[in-house]
Design a protein around this ligand. Sequence first.
Ligand SMILES: Cc1ncc(COP(=O)(O)O)c(C=O)c1O
Length: 424
Amino acid sequence: MTAETRKRREEMTAVEKVATWDVEKVRQDFPVLSQTVNGKPLVYLDNAASSHVPQVVIDRGSKYLAEEHSNIHRGVHYLSQHATTAYEAAREKVKRFINAPHVRECIFVRGTTEGINLVAHSYGRKFVNEGDEILISEMEHHSNIIPWQVMAEERGANIKVIPIDDRGQLIIDEYENLLNERTRMVAVAHVSNSLGTINPVKEIVATAHKFGVPVCVDGAQSVPHFPVDVQGLDADFFVFSGHKMYAPTGSGIVYGKRKWLDEMPPYQTGGSMIKTVTFEKSTWADLPAKFEAGTPAIAAGIGLGAAIDYINSLDFAAASAHEHDLLEYATQRLADIPEVTIVGTAEHKASVLSFTIENVHPHDIGTILDQQGIAIRAGHHCAQPVMQRFQVPATARASFAFYNTREEVDKLAEAIQKTIEIFA
Ligand SMILES: Cc1ncc(COP(=O)(O)O)c(C=O)c1O
């Protein structure tokens, strides 16, 4: 893209951006989307759980396995060096994608869950002591609750919870009141997987930093939907999964500021993460190897790099605008159905539409929609405290990617209507 085109794109309004998004062309990139399910064209609205993989990323994975596979960081032979170069090139792509200051601050993990466990346990061992406090929010995914809970229990620390309001937004005044000299970490989602709320992470970080407290951002649901700049956010840690952003499963990233990572002990130990080993004492490799024990998921890491190349080949701003348009359209369509209640009505949302239907269990909604070829999620979405907050056992959740269409939203609304008729 020329500088002039880029400037013109930046100046476009949201409506103009949506108009430039050629969704039918993009859909051709994803082989799975041409499938039928239960005799109906697949309508895939479970992207918050896992998004699909474009052909270029599938091809990159196949090429690696067919022609380049070898263990990395250790061999002197051609294939090993070739695979190492490809893997490290993927790390460099990650660095640029999230605007990390240095490639060494980008650690490959298998996904967000492993990444948050790494941060919680390693940081906790070094920096958390009896009576300290860890601040998380009421809207977190279990992956951003339990690692902190387990670590806090081991260290004699306490978990404090930032409450959310009836729209599913963090109550920022309460957050500020909860911060104190005992707080050792704030861990929050960038975007909630169960409510779709986009949290004001930049402000949350700035406030925490006034108390000298680092912030760990769960970016699982933000990186697939809009550009993220970890330096702009000033996040101390930022964690995400590849499989929600068009890459294969088994890839993920922990970005961490070097000042913390250098101080933190290794999370897992074994091969590849050492400098020297004797039976008396071992020393650790430099970043990022210190946090990458054992053979990594090489194909998945290279696949993540290919997914980033794919996203970079698109107009990501137009993709975000298109997704936002879909979310607003779907919200309107569902709001027009009296039996439907939308759970999560924050002012700023991305991609997720959770709802319930009067007298119909979400699992029944999911099953009936599946008969129409529509894939949504039903359940507690690994966010049981959110379900408790809204006093529902579960919700149905449609979540959008840039390859979804308004016609698919219409099919969703029609299938919901049909479900209501069946249960009437
Ligand atoms: C907000 C959020 N955090 C963490 C996770 C866990 O991600 P993974 O299962 O890829 O480790 C998810 C997955 O749905 C999520 O949505």
